[in-house]
Design a protein around this ligand. Structure first.
Ligand code: CP3
Length: 372
């Protein structure tokens, strides 16, 4: 058990904020959590989506002996992978190594990751009866994620921010219904449009499980929770508002009531940002197609923003990467509440040294005092 548990449901970095500590010398954890809450920081915090992944030789070495699910389910391995990546990159936050789809198992849906194909759900959810079969009473089986978080917290203390995560109800529902990734979301939207009651029950069941799952992560010491709505960009604003916003907002509010800030992330969401903002999330993750400056202004700076370098820009020469990093920092303008990140996850074959360079470029920008 971590010493953070002495303050029920409120992590130490978060508690420190609440007592209004001096922003002079900050740990990565304090810097990251303060930025999530739009409080001034000594320099912009930085971390990366999919920072522990196949591009990293240390991860590949573990993967040679264990499947993805084995790593997720063995807290010692999951913690090791999380810690190694965060140490190697020298970032301000570590996201726990896990996967979006883990809650499916305890709901009664079997799935596997097929090489090169991504996830495959063996018996997709297609009818009201399928929805009725889903269980919501076994989230405790996901305890291995919280156990991994405890190990990561014990290692870093508040040197780094520790991020727990879960999928958002829409994105998880889309995997359940399509049976895997999708281009047009035909089955998902058909259920949504034609069986709105079954859709709502599915969303409510997901929220019930996710709430329990996230509570375990917060009690284990996660400082911040990121909610991945990776495929929300497939929705029109009207559909997002009618079918997705209410349940997502309920989940995010419940997580905030546990005492941690929430980052809400999606891809291709430029037109959805005002509606996503209505969830009340502390931070919105921006994909790289959305220029950070205008996007933040359009949100009236009412929340923090995270992003948003194109992950494929990491394949460019260092000079171009530096220029893009500085352009994003210029757009953030030194305003409190920017967390530097990519616009989506690091892809396989990305040169590790370029990811490390980005961390240096973000810090160099702060040292040069360019905001002033
Ligand atoms: O550092 C980290 O971010 C690693 C932890 C992490 C993983 N998955 C491990 C993983 C996180 C945060 C996720 C979230 C996740 N999982 C998302 C949301 C993030 C996003 O990209 O928008 C999604 C959509 C999933 C579902 C998922 N898991 C897919 C579609 C795939 C296949 C991707 C591919 O390129 O093959 C996975 C597999 C997966 N999960 C990998 C990792 C490191 C790579 C596969 C492997 O190691 O075998």
């Amino acid at each position: 058990m971590s010493d953070r548990l002495q303050i029920p449901s409120i992590s130490s970095a978060f508690a420190e904020l609440k007592t209004g500590s001096d922003p002079g010398q900050m740990s990565g954890g304090t810097r990251f959590v303060r930025a999530c809450l739009r409080q001034p920081v000594d320099r912009t915090p930085v971390w990366f989506l999919r920072q522990a992944g196949r591009y990293m030789p240390e991860y590949q070495a573990v993967r040679r002996h264990h499947s993805l699910l084995e790593i997720c389910k063995q807290p010692k391995l999951a913690a090791e992978v999380t810690i190694t990546a965060a140490e190697k990159l020298d970032v301000d936050a570590a996201i726990i190594f896990a996967d979006l789809l883990l809650p499916f198992e305890c709901m009664g849906l079997d799935f596997e990751f097929q090489a090169g194909e991504g996830p495959v759900i063996h018996k997709p959810v297609r009818t009201a009866d399928d929805v009725a079969q889903l269980r919501t009473d076994r989230a405790s089986q996901l305890g291995y994620v919280a156990q991994a978080i405890e190990r990561v917290v014990a290692h870093f203390k508040d040197r780094l921010g520790i991020i727990g995560f879960c999928g958002a109800p829409f994105t998880l529902a889309s995997y359940m219904i399509e049976g895997g990734g999708s281009r047009n979301y035909v089955h998902t939207k058909t259920l949504m449009y034609r069986q709105p009651d079954a859709w709502r029950r599915l969303m409510d069941k997901l929220v019930a499980v996710l709430r329990d799952f996230v509570r375990q992560q917060v009690e284990a010491g996660a400082d911040v929770i990121q909610v991945f709505d990776s495929w929300a960009g497939a929705l029109s604003v009207e559909d997002y508002r009618d079918f997705v916003l209410p349940t997502t907002k309920a989940l995010i509010r419940d997580v905030q009531a546990m005492g941690v800030p929430v980052i809400y992330f999606g891809v291709d969401t430029a037109s959805l940002l005002p509606a996503m903002r209505e969830t009340g999330a502390d931070v919105l993750g921006l994909d790289w197609r959305t220029p950070l400056g205008p996007a933040w202004r359009s949100l009236d700076y009412a929340c923090a923003v995270q992003g948003n370098l194109d992950p494929i820009a990491l394949f460019a020469e260092p000079e171009l990467i530096r220029k893009r990093v500085h352009q994003i920092m210029d757009q953030a303008g030194g305003r409190a509440g920017h967390i530097f990140n990519l616009g989506h996850g690091i892809v396989p074959n990305t040169p590790v040294e370029n990811v490390q360079q980005v961390v240096r470029f973000v810090r160099e920008y702060a040292r040069e005092g360019r905001h002033a």
